[in-house]
Design a protein around this ligand. Structure first.
Ligand SMILES: Cc1cc2nc3c(=O)[nH]c(=O)nc-3n(C[C@H](O)[C@H](O)[C@H](O)COP(=O)(O)OP(=O)(O)OC[C@H]3O[C@@H](n4cnc5c(N)ncnc54)[C@H](O)[C@@H]3O)c2cc1C
Length: 403
């Protein structure tokens, strides 16, 4: 058992174990699971997630090059690796329900009653969407792909980008036109460049364009990011329509609206891929230690972490894997400390140390240490590889996150 400062476990009666439930097996949930196991080999840990596998979603755009299954780890494997129990279910996480569970110390997952000492809610910022390579789901979805011509991020949870596009194009057999990507945030840009590479490799003769209602891409990052990405888009012949709202993808055209003038206009387009961001409402509020505050009351035994949580603390509340992992680890450490003798908790102070946006297989743009330190090309790709490798190590049980 690895040493955790300020954690002095209570001596429990024989056969009694600390019972911890983690709701959500994404980045925050996995970081919490591995941290709990590291510092308390005996705790009884239950992971509740409606999917059968953990999805390494930060790689999702790469499914234009690799099968989706490369980025899925079945929870059965993680159950064995970290001796926990997975229940396949969706939990309600509204404030009234969390208050009730704090009071009862028992929650309802499907038809099962699950008693707990601590609950960690790490269910992300998207409503639940099934993922995995369930063949039936793919075939069923494939039935509608001939007619459906607008896809969202969630559509890539069940089928690789390459297969989705191949199925769509096979069903359409259209004359050369254009594919539209909507949303110039980090996710939209990563999909856009992967798609550009895929169209080039497969010699698919459709143009590519980006629509964004803001004036520059990657608005949340320093201007150096936008300059670099927009220059690369020009080189790759990707059309860019800034300051424009997407209204509707029709059979062969796209209806748009200029944000300043309100003028509506139509462009040729056979397919729209929408990456317009996460839900920002109903985020779970916590104190600086990760304990949930619901309906104005502090829930001492219910913690939250990840994209779905807002910490009232100096640390970063960005919706990034980096913050999700740090919150998950902090919440896990604080759960253990709270269960111990001292009950001295650690505040959340983490600030993001960098962020890298992939621009296809051979290029990237990012910042490291300070936001204006913009890194591009191979150095940025190397940083990205290191970030992903650290997460892979964490999932294999090796924690390299010193900060
Ligand atoms: C394509 C893409 C690329 C990205 N690249 C980067 C990157 O390079 N760097 C970076 O820092 N961030 C990146 N992000 C953002 C990052 O993935 C998220 O910030 C991170 O996944 C948040 O982790 P989380 O654990 O809060 O939520 P998630 O990873 O979304 O996990 C939530 C989990 O909860 C489960 N769940 C949902 N609802 C319920 C419920 N009601 N009950 C129980 N379980 C539930 C889901 O099945 C899921 O397993 C990227 C995101 C995308 C989509």
């Amino acid at each position: 058992m690895a040493f955790l400062p300020l954690y002095v476990p209570k001596i429990l009666p024989k056969n009694d174990r600390l019972r911890i439930v983690i709701a959500g097996g994404g980045y925050a949930g996995m970081a919490a699971l591995t941290t709990l196991r590291r510092h308390n080999p005996d705790a009884e840990i239950t992971l509740i997630d409606p999917n059968a596998s953990h999805l390494k979603v930060t790689h999702l755009h790469e499914t234009f090059r690799y099968p989706l299954s490369d980025f899925l780890i079945p929870y059965t494997v993680l159950e064995q690796r970290f001796s926990c129990h997975h229940i396949c279910s969706t939990l309600a996480t509204d404030e009234a329900t969390l208050r009730r569970w704090q009071h009862d110390r028992c929650l309802q997952a499907g038809d099962q009653q699950v008693p707990f000492d601590y609950l960690l809610v790490a269910s992300g910022a998207r409503s639940f969407v099934p993922h995995g390579t369930d063949k039936d789901a793919v075939v069923a979805a494939g039935d509608t792909r001939g007619t459906k011509n607008t896809f969202h991020l969630e559509d890539f949870f069940t089928i690789s980008g390459a297969d989705l596009l191949d199925q769509f194009l096979a069903a359409r057999n259209a004359a050369p036109s254009c594919i539209s990507v909507v949303g110039g945030g980090a996710t939209g840009i990563q999909f856009l460049f992967e798609l550009a590479g895929y169209l080039r490799r497969r010699r698919i003769n459709h143009g590519l364009r980006l629509i964004d209602d803001r004036e520059r891409v990657l608005q949340q990052f320093p201007k150096g990011f936008s300059r670099y990405v927009e220059m690369r888009m020009l080189e790759l012949d990707i059309e860019f329509y800034p300051g424009v709202h997407f209204l509707e993808q029709r059979t062969d055209t796209l209806l748009l609206e200029d944000k300043t003038s309100g003028r509506q206009f139509v462009l040729p387009s056979i397919l729209s891929l929408l990456f317009t961001g996460n839900r920002q409402a109903n985020l779970i509020k916590t104190n600086s230690f990760g304990q949930v505050v619901a309906e104005g009351k502090l829930l001492e035994n219910v913690f939250a972490a990840g994209d779905g949580s807002i910490y009232s603390a100096p640390g970063s509340n960005t919706m990034t894997a980096q913050s999700a992992v740090r919150k998950g680890k902090l919440a896990a450490r604080n759960i253990l400390r709270h269960s111990g003798v001292l009950k001295v908790l650690e505040p959340y102070l983490h600030h993001d140390l960098g962020y890298v946006v992939n621009l296809g297989p051979e290029d990237a743009v990012g910042w490291l240490a300070i936001e204006n330190n913009v890194v591009t090309g191979v150095p940025a790709l190397v940083i990205r590889e290191i970030i992903e490798a650290r997460y892979d190590l964490l999932l294999s049980g090796v924690d390299t996150y010193l900060v």
